[in-house]
Design a protein around this ligand. Sequence first.
Ligand SMILES: [Zn+2]
Length: 396
Amino acid sequence: MERPIALTGGRVLTPAGDLTPATLLIAGEEIAAVAAPGEALPPDVETIDVSGCIVAPGFIDSHVHGGMGYNFMHGTREAFAGISAHLARGGTTACLATTTSAPLEDIVSALANIAEASRAPQPGQVEILGAHLEGPFINREKAGSQALEHVRPPSASEVQALLDAAGGALRVVTMAPELPGAREAIRTLTGLGVQVSLGHSTASYEEAREALEWGVRRATHLYSAMPAIHHRRPGAVVALLEDPRVFVELTVDGMHVHPAVVALTCRLAGSERLVLITDGVDVAGLGDGVFMRWEGTPVTVQDGRCRTESGTLAGSTLRMDQAVRNMVRFAGISPAAALRMASENPARALGITRKGALAPGKDADVVVLDADLTAILTLARGRIVYDGRTTPEPEE
Ligand SMILES: [Zn+2]
């Protein structure tokens, strides 16, 4: 057994949402205690002084495709390790490996690899909690940068093939509910505990309300790849925002959604239902340049904006700590509230109780952030997965 770790001198985000001066004590893979400052510690403890910093639950990125040149569709250990290093730098300790539209056999093989990785978390890596299937069951008219030739309506046999491949690791499925066969697919998936997320869809307000009846409980990157609100055609956005049962993914990079709309959304949905995501793609973490995405699409990254040749925004290069900082700035909310949108809310949305809060018995998934809300130390299950105190920031 490794020595227990004590993070001392910081302000710890409590499950009640306060930032309280405290010592966070980690034993093995779990949080042992949140102790008052100065309380006696075990004699063999390894103390890490985090004075002036915030200690928060590790971030859970429930919509991320890759990073550092790797995509979860690759499905290799090398890819998972590379993406893990990138995510950990932003304070992420767990994620849903997110797939994209592709031939069935490619998605099946990616899901099988993701499932295997989720069953055996690699010590020292960001934990893969399962898969988020984004495509192929999306609307061609709102496919965004996804490969149109692989986009199709859901069929019972394909849904079953994907469920079989994932072996219980399929957590979220993004779907356009207006597609033929969607109702049956949504019923099947939600009946098995898979969260269905409305996205890449042309659904009207009425169609979205119906989909909520069928079991949809989530919105995939709200506003992006769905019709904009019109005062006579409110569309899915209004149906999703007004329903208190729905968790709302938001890409808060300042490009996908205007800061004023981020603030408005926060006021409308409240801080309990917003789930910060990065929607990070394989070129995230590589800096500016022209790159080939995993499936061969050329993309250009300039000032952090990732676009295809036609100019479509193709996911983001956002990091979770940046999303938290942006949220504070755009919506004028407290750091504590924004931090919960990156940890507690995604855990709650997925029904994961062992993560998303700093309390005894929970997984020791922890991010330490400096006063500017930049992640400087990340621990996943009690192991350091990123240490910004020794690793200099790369030039971006
Ligand atoms: Zn995505």
